[in-house]
Design a protein around this ligand. Structure first.
Ligand SMILES: [Zn+2]
Length: 67
């Protein structure tokens, strides 16, 4: 991944950001690594963050199926 924002071309910096995962009535806020644009604040999630989010969504979705 290169260091420029897809929206404005600004510089991206790696940060831990809050990400709210919501599946149905369930909500959880987690910290994930993402590149954040210094100019416009656009977030570009890393592959690691994407996986973490997907896994959590699956886990949270699975909770519903047990009931
Ligand atoms: Zn930007």
């Amino acid at each position: 991944m290169s260091g420029s924002c897809p929206m404005c071309g600004g510089q991206l910096v790696m940060k831990q950001v809050d990400y709210e995962v919501s599946v149905g009535p369930h909500q959880k806020v987690i910290k994930v690594p993402a590149f954040v644009c210094k100019k416009c604040g656009e977030r570009v999630y890393t592959d690691e963050a994407d996986e973490t989010i997907k896994k959590l969504e699956e886990e949270m979705g699975a909770i519903d199926q047990e009931f």
